[in-house]
Design a protein around this ligand. Structure first.
Ligand SMILES: *Cc1c(COP(=O)(O)O)cnc(C)c1O
Length: 227
């Protein structure tokens, strides 16, 4: 595909996604400016990302630190206003690189990661926005803290480490209706006075918006299906 055709397809899909967000907002009386769309570019190369940047998109999500380091530094050099989000699990030995390249980290889920991030934030003088990931479906294979452990992890982050936490993030189980998971995340955030919610993907972002999402993480609806 030519660069121009790529740009136009990307802007069409972006435009459609923004329209769907606006419609979901209007159904529940939300201001669409309170929802930020993250374009999830994992597995897609720079040639797919460049047209989406050209279409005006600035928030992007990646799920692997190494993949992000291989793609994003030149794009960030060229567009200083890009905001890069880590939406995949973080190992503590990757905390240094994660704090270097990401502006928002959605996947804090244990004290060891919180501690590693705190050290790097102090060392590098960077200040990423942080989310605690909650395993709302309590799935054994899935990352995230169990709903019943949220209070304890927040206490470690906020009280012991002095880390500011912006909000909560979840990925509902693939085969469940997402709404009860979004409702649970919103309830936990309200209980702990957390302002932001990271929830909703291509299949369910409108529902997430109706339950109060501040960030929706949309990949295939913008970039097409992943190989
Ligand atoms: C891949 C991914 C997304 C985007 O998924 P789509 O279904 O392609 O929109 C959102 N959130 C997380 C955590 C992901 O890993």
């Amino acid at each position: 595909m030519s660069q121009e055709a790529g740009t136009s397809q990307a802007s069409t899909r972006l435009g459609q996604t923004f329209e769907r967000i606006a419609e979901a907002c209007s159904e529940v009386g939300r201001d669409p400016r309170t929802v930020t769309l993250i374009a999830v570019s994992k597995t897609f190369g720079v040639e797919h990302i460049t047209p989406v940047i050209a279409a005006g998109q600035r928030h992007f999500g990646e799920n692997r630190v190494q993949e992000a380091l291989g793609k994003w530094p030149p794009l960030i050099d060229a567009h200083a206003d890009i905001v890069l989000h880590l939406i995949g699990p973080l190992q503590s030995n990757k905390a240094r690189e994660a704090v270097q390249v990401f502006d928002v980290i959605h996947t804090v889920d244990r004290p060891k990661i919180a501690q590693a991030l705190k050290s790097e934030i102090l060392r590098q003088g960077r200040n990423p926005e942080l989310f605690v990931q909650v395993n709302t479906g309590e799935e054994p294979q899935k990352a995230g803290v169990a709903p019943g452990e949220v209070a304890a992890l927040l206490a470690v982050c906020r009280d012991s480490l002095g880390l500011e936490i912006a909000g909560l993030m979840c990925i509902p189980p693939a085969n469940d209706a997402p709404a009860p998971h979004f409702a649970l995340l919103a309830k936990l955030a309200a209980e702990h006075r957390l302002a932001k919610l990271s929830m909703g993907m291509s299949a369910d972002f409108e529902t997430a918006v109706q339950f109060g999402a501040s960030y929706v993480r949309v990949g295939s609806a913008i970039f097409g299906s992943r190989a």
